[in-house]
Design a protein. Structure first.
Length: 230
């Protein structure tokens, strides 16, 4: 295990991140969570705590496939630790994960809809759509399994009747990704109210993806993939 108060800067950044989620209006209450990779595991926000009450010693360290501990010995990891852990194991390029329950993402997720390429910024998530994973009960391995599938070649996905997951090199990048997904879902819901929405073609999205692959908005160490567009 790590030293009890090691990575104090990252513990504080996790707290700042979840507070910003609510301040930005992309989450509310303590429904979301966030994590950051360290050593042979990750730091994650604790289960069942109001964000305003979280202190650095409440942040939980979880080993990959192993034990967990908080410096004060009182906290358990977020109930959604399974998909955080499975993503870190499956995606070595991912260093940070943000999970939110924003109004716009919940609206589209409750429709069980993928978000199509109505805007080129869809490509920021890695392909020609933002996928929506099928519904599974929260805090279960089944939810983690469908989330991993929806995140293949992507940096964000929706979870049916639930919320979203956004990935990044850093907490700042993952939070920015989550905000972009919330914005796109908000605009898409508005478009569902009108007829004849104009979607971008595969060629147009390929051009946008090529620019994202060069590092625009994501950083060259976290490039998008053109392989999966469905």
């Amino acid at each position: 295990m790590v030293d009890k108060m090691e990575h104090l800067d990252l513990r504080n950044e996790l707290i700042e991140t979840v507070l910003k989620m609510n301040a930005l209006g992309i989450n509310q209450g303590s429904s979301g969570n966030a994590s950051i990779r360290i050593d042979n595991g990750y730091l994650i926000t604790p289960s069942g705590m109001a964000y305003e009450e979280i202190q650095p010693e409440d942040i939980v360290y979880k080993e990959l496939d192993g034990n967990h501990e908080s410096p004060n010995g009182l906290r358990k990891p977020s109930s959604e630790w399974r998909f955080h852990e499975d993503i870190f194991k499956a995606r070595p390029e991912v260093n940070a994960i943000v999970h939110t329950h924003g109004q716009a993402v919940m609206t589209i997720a409750c429709m069980h809809r993928d978000v199509p390429p109505f805007h080129y910024m869809i490509g920021l998530m890695g392909g020609n759509s933002i996928r929506c994973a099928p519904y599974e009960t929260f805090a279960t391995q089944e939810l983690s399994n469908v989330a991993l599938e929806a995140l293949k070649d992507r940096k964000a996905c929706l979870l049916a009747n639930h919320g979203q997951i956004a990935l990044g090199n850093s907490l700042k990048q993952a939070l920015s990704m989550a905000l972009e997904v919330e914005t796109l879902c908000d605009v898409y819901f508005r478009l569902l109210c009108v007829d004849n929405v104009k979607l971008l073609s595969d060629r147009q999205m390929d051009e946008a993806l090529a620019k994202f692959n060069k590092g625009y908005g994501v950083g060259k160490s976290f490039n998008t993939s053109k392989e999966a567009k469905s």
